[in-house]
Write a new protein. Sequence first.
Length: 209
Amino acid sequence: MSGQKVDVKVVLLGREYSGKTSLVERFVHQRFQAVPYQNTIGAAFGARRLDVSSSSGRGGRSLTLGVWDTAGSERYEAMSRVYYRGARAAVVCYDLTDERSFERARFWTDELRRCEPECRIYLCGTKLDLATEGGGGVGRRVDRHDAQDLADELQARLYETSSKSGENVEALFRAVAEDFADEPAREKSGVDLAAGGASAAGGSKCCVK
């Protein structure tokens, strides 16, 4: 994908093993890997083009979402900040079967509000198949009402997804694309992967410690 331009930079944030990599794999490649992925170091990139309708009724538009899957381990937090510089949308992930991952989601939303205040946030509970009764997992550990309260506080949309079944994954990323369908393209809003992969144009400052 060297040199590819994207219309909307989307960053995935969340605790390690919160399902971020599986979410990207399902959206970009429409596949699911049952064997757990190794921890992401730095960030992995994927892109997909979506045709969306304009809410203004002025017809449709094609947008390429460039999705950065960032490392969730605390030791890579400073590195993750480099990757979400200039992001226009952030999907903050938490595992529906892990309360600690939901608690960590608050950390990332606070980080975004401080570093990228204009970035739109989408709150995403993952592993819905394991949280659902009869799904064969440990069951739900994050109450949806608590998640909705956080989403309301952040003025964010809330989605609960399953990368295994694909449930709500397409709806999540399509909502991101539709939210930007009516906005004019920004000058230098794309990311030139040939020029370093992680650098994003747009002039936003990143909170690198």
